[in-house]
Ligand binder design. Structure first.
Ligand code: ATP
Ligand code: MG
Length: 425
């Protein structure tokens, strides 16, 4: 027999986790819909090329984090590590490029072969959005604003910081790369081994290094903003103006670079100090070159993805919607069980949550009813069956009354209307 543990880095989502995930997803999709974004789902398995071409072979994801497999037919497949490349692939393969803009939101599991730790899993979940076809700062600002609204809906906006930076356009980055490489070459031997390799393959990524020695060297490195051409400067200034207009607080972090090749201009992250070293909860940016590297036309794009597990870890119990309190059905004898189930069915049809107590001992059943936080117990015994009535006991006040069976739906609709909705708050 194989181990009873899930595979390393993979987690079960128990009902308590699900409640948080569902809350985050519901809020995010609701707000995305308010901005005119429509939900899209792409497969969890894609051809490796979809990611290899676009994320860049030197990115952490491609170089070490992908779950790869071959199909029986010999195709190279991967479990998706992120959503953007798959959504862009879907835009191209479904021929959606004719009507811009396209506004998509999505949620689902992502897979990365990383060292598992708190807030870092091998299967985790993203909530994300992508806006295609808007090349102005308006798109960037709207997308960040959407993220901010989601964080506000989760009551997290006070506990996160929005950090932004610009990677400029291609011309600015090429200029900067030369400056940075020249500077880092002077400190080559003191750089971490990882960064030494990156220096030839992808020097910009060194800016993102977590190595303390690298960080010290980077303190005096030339900054990307000194290499920006006017167009890139203007674009970044507009983004800032937009954020200020919407009163979204932000901080410019000149060392912020995103780990993937397809980004240009805006890069941003919402970070927190509440989660230890896994401090980024939501991150994104502009990726105007993405569809072209896939072999499609050039379509500007901007978007983000939030880590649902990290967001869930930040949620406070009191901010979660309280589940609707159920009604508990108690059949005093086994022969009344189906009578009880019939009653439950009537009330479920009316939209109430009804739990059976499954036993025939009043004391035990009342205890169970309290344990599931039921508001009422509906008791069906000999007397009730004979008189076609039900004893309805309010478990908070202890008050009880006999309600005719045929009026039971109406009775609860009148006395407990909030029990019919999905959630109370
Ligand atoms: P990190 O720097 O933490 O590795 P990243 O830059 O790789 O993050 P993105 O690819 O931008 O992350 O994904 C967006 C969000 O998804 C992150 O901000 C984070 O909240 C979440 N995320 C990324 N990787 C993981 C993981 N292995 N486990 C849990 N959440 C993750
Ligand atoms: Mg990562």
């Amino acid at each position: 027999m194989t181990s009873l543990q899930p595979a390393r880095g993979m987690h079960d989502l128990l009902p308590g986790d699900h409640q948080k995930h569902a809350f985050i997803i519901t809020k995010a999709l609701q707000i995305a819909a308010r901005y005119g974004f429509c939900e899209i789902s792409t497969p969890m398995l894609e051809f490796k090329e979809v990611f290899k071409r676009t994320l860049g072979t030197t990115s952490d994801i491609i170089s070490k984090e992908m779950y790869e497999m071959a199909s029986k037919g010999g195709e190279e497949l991967v479990l998706r590590p992120e959503g953007t490349a798959g959504v862009a692939r879907a835009v191209l393969s479904n021929g959606l490029t004719q009507s811009m803009p396209l506004k998509f939101c999505y949620t689902g599991p992502m897979f990365r072969y990383e060292r598992p730790q708190k807030g870092r899993l091998r299967q985790f979940h993203h909530i994300g959005i992508e806006l295609f076809g808007v090349d102005s700062a308006l798109g960037d600002v709207e997308v960040v604003s959407l993220a901010y609204d989601v964080l506000k809906a989760l009551h997290l906006e006070e506990r996160v910081t929005l950090e932004i930076n610009t990677l400029g356009d291609e011309e600015s980055r090429t200029h900067y790369r030369t400056q940075l490489v020249a500077y880092l070459n002077d400190h080559l031997t003191k750089l971490s081994p990882d960064s030494q390799t990156r220096l030839t393959r992808n020097p910009l990524r060194i800016l993102d290094s977590k190595d303390e020695g690298d960080k010290r060297i980077l303190e005096n490195a030339p900054l990307l903003k000194e290499s920006l051409n006017t167009a890139s400067e203007d674009m970044f200034a507009s983004v800032q103006e937009g954020l200020q207009t919407l009163k979204i607080p932000f901080r410019i972090n000149p060392h912020l670079v995103r780990g993937l090749d397809y980004y240009c201009h805006l890069a941003f992250e919402f970070t927190t100090t509440d989660l230890g070293s896994q401090g980024t909860v939501l991150a994104g940016g502009r990726y105007d070159g993405l569809t072209r590297t896939m072999g499609g036309p050039q379509i500007p794009g901007v978007g983000w993805a939030g880590g649902i597990e990290r967001l869930a870890m930040m949620l406070r119990e009191e901010d979660l919607p309280r589940p609707v309190r159920p009604l508990a059905v108690i059949a005093m004898e086994e022969r009344f069980s189906f009578k009880g189930l019939e009653l439950a069915e009537v009330l479920r049809q009316e939209g109430f949550r009804v739990d059976m107590t499954y036993e025939n001992n009043l004391g035990k059943c009342l205890k169970k009813s309290n344990k599931i936080n039921a508001l009422y117990a509906l008791i069906v015994g000999e007397e009730e069956v004979r008189s076609h009535k039900v004893t309805c006991k309010n478990l908070d006040s202890g008050e009880q009354m006999l309600v005719p069976q045929e009026e039971i739906g109406q009775f609860f609709k009148d006395t407990y209307p909030q029990g019919r909705t999905g959630h109370e708050s």
